[in-house]
Design a protein around this ligand. Structure first.
Ligand code: UDP
Length: 375
């Protein structure tokens, strides 16, 4: 019998980051692979899965509008738990730090199934920031018996927490695989207003934001700081593809309402978002994935958070941690737009997150851990 790996995901970043691994596992006849989409970001995942040719074997339906984290976690654990009980995999692979990934790991553990953690070992060292992700990733770290760390630093963190060295593997981040693979295909054109801005010599500031800990005031303050800075700079255009969550839109939209050089957009399909990161002069974001992707493209990132579990990009000089204070966000963006030296040094930084071959290494690790058909 082949070893059976079950890959479980549900959100946009998870789908992007597990897709290269699923491609590899499915291409290997020595593995049986079950792909489970929990349905958490049902509306966002379709185009991503199509772009990567990933067709889930099981589609769950855990999303209920307005449900809180406990309800989401409970629903996910019950639904995924029953798939694990039915299909009896040898190993369940989860990615990152969502609440769904944490309860999936717990469900696997309860079913006596091993857990592999992709993007293991990231820590902000503040349990409450990012919330609830820092807690989720620590929980998964305790349950996993295969830790797939994107960087040496992440691996060292796991070892410092007591993970057995034989269980920790440095693979690079699969998001770089996804990014490079996507950019190899012909990139989609920019939307009309953005292309017109580029043609007019305007610099594009790409803005995204979604983190729960910023829902109360951080998103609105960030947007206000950006608006303060770009209002009088006629050569700057803001492109803000907003997360579909109505809380996010309601927080950000009002600050941009009075600006004329701004496009508040729907979330972009992944290929277009990759094109957007490439075309942008700089990016203002609280996204984890974007902090990893943008350095590969030489696009500087201002991170609107108080902590980050991705210090490698800060140390490489590719990003700056600026928080969400309106005045600070405005001043940091102004400095990046006006100070050529600062801008050039951030552009020159090298990407610490991988070479585009992380999925290959993950595949090798899983082969070694699970053995071949004669294990
Ligand atoms: N992304 C996308 N379209 C968008 C915004 C982001 O495809 O409009 C991609 C982005 O390239 C990255 C991932 O979504 O790979 C990041 O997702 P998000 O910021 O929601 O989550 P995080 O990385 O913070 O967990």
């Amino acid at each position: 019998m082949n070893p059976h790996v079950m890959v479980v995901f549900g959100t946009r970043p998870e789908a992007i980051k597990v897709a290269p691994v699923v491609q590899r596992l499915r291409a290997d006849p020595a593995f049986d692979t079950t792909v489970v989409d929990t349905g958490q970001h049902a509306g966002l995942l379709g185009p991503i899965l199509t772009a990567f040719g990933v067709d889930p074997d099981v589609r769950l339906d855990v999303a209920v509008p307005g449900q809180d984290l406990t309800a989401l976690a409970t629903r996910t654990m019950t639904a995924v738990g029953s798939v694990i009980a039915r299909r009896r995999p040898d190993l369940v692979l989860v990615h990152g730090d969502t609440s769904a990934a944490a309860v999936t790991a717990l469900a696997a553990h309860y079913a006596h199934v091993r857990v592999a953690h992709l993007e293991a070992g990231l820590r902000s060292s503040d349990l409450w920031s990012p919330w609830p992700e820092e807690a989720n990733r620590r929980v998964i770290g305790q349950l996993a018996s295969v830790h797939l760390a994107p960087t040496q630093r992440a691996a060292e963190q796991l070892l410092a927490e007591g993970a057995a060295p034989a269980t920790v593997h440095v693979t690079g981040n699969t998001v770089i695989d996804a990014l490079l693979q996507t950019l190899e295909t012909s990139p989609p054109p920019l939307p009309g207003p953005v292309q017109a801005a580029v043609d007019a010599g305007q610099r594009i500031v790409l803005v995204t934001g979604h983190r729960r800990e910023s829902w109360e005031s951080g998103l609105a303050d960030t947007a206000a700081g950006i608006a303060d800075t770009v209002r009088d700079r006629r050569d700057v255009f803001v492109w803000a593809p907003l997360h579909p969550n109505p809380i996010v839109r309601a927080a950000i939209e009002p600050a941009f309402a009075g600006l004329d050089r701004v496009l508040v957009d729907a979330p972009l399909d992944y290929p277009l978002f990759c094109r957007a990161m490439q075309a942008a002069h700089c990016i203002v974001t609280d996204s984890g994935g974007v902090q990893e992707e943008a350095p590969s493209l030489g696009t500087p990132v201002l991170v609107t958070r108080d902590t980050t579990e991705r210090p490698e990009a800060l140390e490489a000089g590719a990003s700056r941690l600026i928080g969400t204070d309106r005045a600070v966000v405005g001043a940091e963006l102004a400095a990046l737009l006006d100070d050529e030296d600062r801008y050039r040094s951030m552009r020159r930084a090298v990407n610490p997150y991988g070479d585009g071959r992380a999925a290959e290494r993950v595949h090798d690790v899983l082969r070694a851990v699970l053995g071949g058909p004669d294990r």
